[in-house]
Design a protein around this ligand. Structure first.
Ligand code: GDP
Ligand code: MG
Length: 166
C-alpha cells in the first residue's frame, strides 16, 4: 500500500512533532514559534507493507497578509492531491476559531479525514472522550486517534488507521 497523507491543524498543535515521531528522525522543522514550516515538507514512512508520504501542511488558517493568502491557497491545493487528511488538534486546549476555520475548509474536500487528538499526555484520561465528542459533533471523521506525538503514544494505531484508507 502507498499514498499521500496531509497533516493539517492550526499552528502549535504538534504537526511537525508528529511527523518527526513517525519517521523517527528530525526532519520537519519544529519550534514554539508558529509558522516555522513555511513550505510544505514531505517525509516518507517506509514499512514492509506500506509506503506513506506525509506532507507537513502549514498555513491553513485565516490569512492575515499576502504571504498568508499564498500559504492558505497552497495548503488547500495540497488537500486536493492527498489520499488521507490528518486533522491534528491539541487536547489540552479548547476548540477555538482556528479549528472552526479548518473544519469549514474541510467540508469542501471529499477526502477521508482522521481526527488526531494530540498531547493527551497533558490531560486527564477522563477528558479524552469529551474532547473527541466536541470535534466529532462538528464533522464526520472517518476515524479518531488520541495520541501523544511527544511520547510516541498510539502512533502505531494511527499508522494502521491511515493504512485502512490507502
Ligand atoms: P506545529 O506548529 O503544529 O508543527 O507544532 P510543533 O510540532 O512545532 O509543536 C508545537 C509545540 O508543542 C512544541 O513545543 C512541541 O514540543 C509541543 N508538542 C507537540 N506534540 C506534543 C505532545 O504530544 N505532548 C506535549 N506535551 N507537547 C507536544
Ligand atoms: Mg510545524
Amino acid at each position: 500500500k502507498s499514498g499521500f497523507v496531509a497533516v493539517i491543524g492550526r499552528p502549535n498543535v504538534g504537526k511537525s512533532t508528529l511527523i518527526n515521531s513517525l519517521i523517527g528522525q528530525k526532519i520537519a522543522i519544529m519550534s514554539d514559534k508558529p509558522q516555522t514550516t513555511r513550505n510544505k515538507i514531505l517525509c516518507v514512512l517506509s514499512q514492509p507493507d506500506a509506503q506513506i508520504i506525509f506532507i507537513d501542511t502549514p498555513g491553513i488558517h485565516k490569512p492575515k497578509h499576502k504571504l498568508g493568502e499564498y500559504m492558505v491557497s497552497a495548503a488547500e491545493n495540497t488537500l486536493k492531491e492527498v489520499d488521507v487528511i490528518l486533522f491534528v488538534v491539541d487536547a489540552s486546549e479548547d476548540l477555538g476559531a482556528g479549528e472552526m476555520y479548518i473544519l469549514e475548509r474541510l467540508r469542501n474536500t471529499k477526502k477521508p479525514v482522521v481526527l488526531v487528538v494530540n498531547k493527551i499526555d497533558k490531560i486527564d484520561k477522563q477528558q479524552i472522550l469529551p474532547t473527541i465528542s466536541r470535534y466529532a459533533d462538528r464533522y464526520n471523521f472517518i476515524g479518531v486517534v488520541p495520541i501523544s506525538a511527544k511520547q510516541n503514544t498510539n502512533l502505531d494505531y494511527l499508522v494502521d488507521e491511515i493504512k485502512k484508507h490507502l
